[in-house]
Design a protein around this ligand. Structure first.
Ligand code: C5P
Length: 411
């Protein structure tokens, strides 16, 4: 079974990486690197220099990436089939040369085209990263350092080698970075390109359960699906997402950094209060119970002990608290589920709770609101403008909303 990355790990889902391997003893680590890139979800094509094939076999790499390895300009000499180096350069989202020898680095600087990898590098349109590996004196040599500087100045991402024992027996800088470090570096680089990269977002989702006795509660029918879909989309687009979830039967979406599970509105309020000051965005999607039983029994009520009436007390308005504490750079969005068209009431909430936008869904629309996998929403903004969407899956609605907020609310 393939090993799955943990949710907090930097993933490479859907990324296309051309892994260039050159003739260094560190090429043995490229097998582990190829496996690690794939484990994180990347598609990998391998291009090996003739020197690299003396250290590790193309068969090893081809097996690990589940695709033939390219190591020659001609794939089948007799049939006249050649490897299209231009296509490889266009296919990739990144060319990663690991290990990168002093020789290949020099060829990159001078535009050498002696082997297939150099041709791919010369015709590539995508970004390039290199993980140098060589002996201490070769690495510190002025020529190598000048080459690395030239490449870095041209925008090549240089992944620093580590310090330690080298194949020569010397100890010093020159060891290729470890496969996990290289994979982390590459993934962080991709993550930084995403539209929500660097933004911290807290999302409340699901219902709250307000205990009546030891086993019963006051709750509502919210499934948490809309909030979880939003968490998934934000995280995919690079945001650092904290999900504060009421009692729901949903697993944490990939790449969501942190999930705090709560039961009651008071617990949700405490969790959010502890987080909000450090956040850039708040999305209040939870269907928080506005009230709770004033008294809760620690035992289960039995027949004959059931109170004839239950006194209720108000819960904190979590979103209102966020709105009151909101700093000018923070953005805040609420949701309003109404039983009528709800526009006036939603506008009232937008103002009272100091929101940048409110998402309105009404139970008048079939397929919208609690429990469904679909939703139909209308977004109202402070300036009175609004945007309406058709009935869609909650995931599609989340995609629409996240993009709409990014383009309309971000200053
Ligand atoms: O309950 P109401 O319709 O006022 O909810 C509107 C918004 O306020 C929602 O975004 C909901 O998550 C939030 N809310 C809250 N705390 C409450 C009640 C509602 O954060 N106690």
């Amino acid at each position: 079974m393939p090993l799955a990355p943990s949710p907090s790990e930097l993933t490479l889902t859907g990324r296309r990486i051309v892994l260039g391997i050159t003739g260094s003893i560190a090429a043995y680590k490229s097998a582990l690197l190829a496996r690690e890139l794939r484990r994180r979800g990347a598609e990998v094509r391998v291009v090996m220099t003739p020197g690299a094939t003396e250290f590790i076999t193309p068969l090893t790499l081809a097996t690990l990436v589940d695709h033939p390895v390219h190591s020659d300009f001609t794939e089948d000499q007799d049939a006249g089939v050649w490897t299209n180096h231009v296509e490889l350069g266009i296919w990739g989202d990144l060319i990663l040369v690991a290990p990168a020898t002093a020789n290949t680095l020099a060829a990159m600087v001078h535009g050498g085209c002696d082997n297939l990898l150099q041709a791919v590098l010369l015709s590539a349109r995508c970004p390039v990263a290199v993980a140098p590996a060589m002996d201490l004196d070769m690495y510190t040599h002025d020529a190598t350092q000048a080459n690395l500087k030239t490449l870095a100045d041209r925008g090549v991402d240089v992944i620093d080698p580590g310090t330690g024992p080298l194949a020569s027996g010397l100890v010093g800088k020159g060891r290729m970075a470890e496969p996990e470090e290289i994979a982390d570096h590459v993934a962080a680089r991709f993550a930084a390109e995403l539209p929500w990269s660097g933004k911290r977002v807290v999302i409340t989702a699901g219902p709250t359960h307000e205990p009546l006795d030891a086993v019963r509660f006051l709750g509502n029918r919210s499934s948490g699906k809309m909030g979880f879909a939003l968490a998934e989309v934000f995280a995919k687009q690079g945001a650092d997402v904290t999900l504060v979830a009421g009692p729901v039967a949903l697993s944490t979406p990939d790449r969501v950094r942190r999930r705090i599970d709560v039961e009651t509105a008071v617990e949700m309020d405490e969790a959010v209060k502890g987080l909000w000051g450090d956040m850039d965005w708040g999305i209040a999607c939870a269907a928080v119970s506005d009230f709770r039983p004033a008294q809760t029994s620690n035992d289960k009520w039995h027949r004959g002990e059931v109170p004839s009436a239950v006194e209720l007390t108000e819960n904190p308005d979590i979103l209102k608290g966020m709105g009151e504490a909101k700093q000018p750079q923070q953005k805040l969005v609420g949701f309003a589920l109404e039983t009528d068209s709800g526009e006036q009431s939603a506008m009232g909430k937008l103002e009272r709770k100091n929101l940048d936008a409110i998402v309105l869904n009404t139970l008048m629309d079939d397929g919208a609101g609690f429990g469904h996998d679909t939703n139909k929403v209308r977004v109202l903004f402070q300036d009175g403008k609004s945007v309406s969407f058709e009935l869609k899956s909650k995931y599609e609605v989340a995609c629409d909303l996240v993009e709409l907020w990014r383009t309309t609310i971000t200053p």
